[in-house]
Design a binder for this molecule. Structure first.
Ligand SMILES: [Zn+2]
Length: 308
């Protein structure tokens, strides 16, 4: 199902069907450039895609904004302008980074000097304060300037009020990285999954900063406990999905984990594990999985020992 069709479906069943969407295009917005498609999930919660990842924006009754993830730095200024013009407010109260990757943290540079609360898991805060040079890449990702790093962190889970809505958040342990978190808009019943879920292809298995293939299904189990059949589930990238689709995805990753673990434990090399095609059954749907399986194999090194 396409993203747009999903959104229209939710619009038809959600509160926006009766309300007035706040996402009115304006001439100013048309002239400001566009940092990604902007769609309304209901009359006060919007999703912006196409800028590296899925961004959620919520405007409270007091005009304060809560933004989940911020896309790539190159589009951050256009994104900020797009949000300001669409929602007619500049009050960026809270920005959440669901993990440390550049696709999530570009807006930090725009909001770092504006008294915005920038919130993330403690491990995400750490990664954003250091250089990252992954073993298999030839470039280094620089730390964010101090003013752009998260200024508030957490370890386990909790909640806070955004206007009159309670927002819950929690740690997804080691899955995509070691700092993944979800954000749940309780009144809207919208769940941003962070990097643990992507619906448009295989995830980047970032074992260098603590992710591992065994943690993906575990993280999805946490998300499945939160969601109900009506929850709109917003992945880090790709179209929104529902709980049944997430459950199906969880089982797929569990099966792939079992296969890769079996190969790893039998002392297969990375190349042998990739050649065994443990994700072949799903490649029609998600594309060639070789790179994902390669990194998934590597990710086991910190967790399992091959049989001698
Ligand atoms: Zn990521």
């Amino acid at each position: 199902m396409t993203n747009r069709r999903n959104i229209i479906k939710f619009l038809a069943t959600g509160s926006a069907a009766a309300g007035i969407p706040v996402w009115l295009p304006s001439r100013a917005l048309a002239q400001s450039g566009n940092s990604g498609d902007l769609q309304s999930l209901n009359n006060s919660l919007g999703m912006i895609s196409g800028n590296g990842g899925n961004i959620l924006v919520k405007k409270a009754g007091n005009n304060e904004l809560l933004v989940v993830d911020g896309g790539l730095a190159g589009n951050a200024r256009a994104l900020r302008r797009q949000i300001e013009l669409s929602l007619d407010t500049r009050r960026f109260a809270t920005l959440i980074n669901t993990h440390w990757h550049p696709e999530q943290t570009g807006l930090n540079l725009e909001l770092g000097n504006r008294n915005t609360r920038i919130f993330a898991h403690e491990n995400t805060r750490q990664w954003l304060g250091t250089s990252v040079k992954r073993l298999w890449e030839d470039h280094t990702i620089d730390p964010l300037p101090e003013s752009a790093r998260p200024n508030e962190g957490f370890y386990h889970y909790g909640d806070f009020m955004h206007g009159s809505e309670r927002v819950e958040y929690g740690y997804l342990r080691q899955s995509h990285t070691d700092g993944d978190m979800y954000v749940f808009f309780t009144a809207d019943n919208v769940l941003h999954t962070g990097g643990t879920v992507s619906s448009d292809g295989w995830p980047f298995m970032d074992w260098w900063t603590g992710g591992w293939i065994g943690g993906i299904a575990d993280g999805m189990d946490i998300l499945l406990d939160i969601a109900n059949d009506d929850t709109v589930i917003v992945p880090a990238s790709g179209p929104v999905i529902n709980r049944a689709q997430l459950a199906e995805m969880r089982d797929m990753y569990d099966e792939i984990f079992s296969s890769v673990r079996r190969l790893f434990s039998a002392a297969s090399t990375t190349g042998e594990t990739v050649a065994a095609k443990p994700a072949a059954a799903w490649e029609d749907r998600y594309g060639n999985a070789d790179e994902f399986i390669n990194l998934a194999h590597w990710s086991l090194i910190a967790h399992l020992s091959p049989d001698a």
